[in-house]
Design a binder for this molecule. Structure first.
Ligand code: SF4
Length: 183
């Protein structure tokens, strides 16, 4: 009998919980920083804030070994294809945290050089406001994301869901030159 045929879905529910717990407790961020917010992200790894309490001290140099992208800082038009390439190289399932107002909306840099929100480039799972957000705020956002991950049900096509989110972001604030980045 397959797991999905178990009485009342008890096994499936337990497996979902187990996988959710495992995923949230073994998240590895990709080593990646764009601007001043990255300094606060680095501080989060120091002993004072100690991100290793959440099993996340291993910032991976290879995107293939990472499942969390923390977009820490403003995204220039020049860096946009690189951000997308790093995202594409990360293994599924993967998550994106947009750190600070610049990454989330362009912030105070409302000009042609910067992408007005990293959700034009990659799907974002959680936004963290602030300029810069302090390490405690980043930890708080990470814990909220952990909760999202823990409660993610099976059977949801994340790829389709994130594509829909990308299309919605582009439709809301079109950035035509970014459209070619979405596959
Ligand atoms: S939000 Fe503030 S600290 Fe972060 S990249 Fe923008 S200007 Fe720098």
């Amino acid at each position: 009998m397959g797991i999905e045929e178990a009485p009342s879905g008890i096994l499936l529910t337990s497996l979902e919980k187990f996988v959710g717990l495992s995923r949230k407790a073994s998240m590895w961020p990709v080593t990646f920083g764009l601007a001043c917010c990255a300094i606060e992200m680095m501080a989060t790894g120091t002993s004072r804030f100690d991100i290793s309490r959440f099993g996340m001290e291993v910032f991976r140099a290879s995107p293939r070994q990472a499942d969390l992208m923390i977009v820490a800082g403003r995204v220039s038009q020049k860096m946009a294809p690189v951000v997308r390439q790093v995202y594409d190289q990360m293994s599924e399932p993967k998550w994106v945290l947009s750190m600070g107002v610049c990454a989330s909306s362009g912030g105070m840099f409302n000009n042609y050089a910067l992408v007005q929100g990293v959700d034009h480039i990659v799907p974002v799972d959680i936004y963290l406001p602030g300029c810069p957000p302090r390490p405690e705020m980043l930890l708080n956002a990470i814990l909220a994301l952990h909760e999202q991950v823990r409660q993610s049900p099976f059977g949801v096509n994340r790829e389709a869901a994130v594509r829909a989110a990308e299309e919605a972001a582009l439709a809301a604030t079109p950035t035509s030159q970014m459209k070619g980045l979405l596959r």
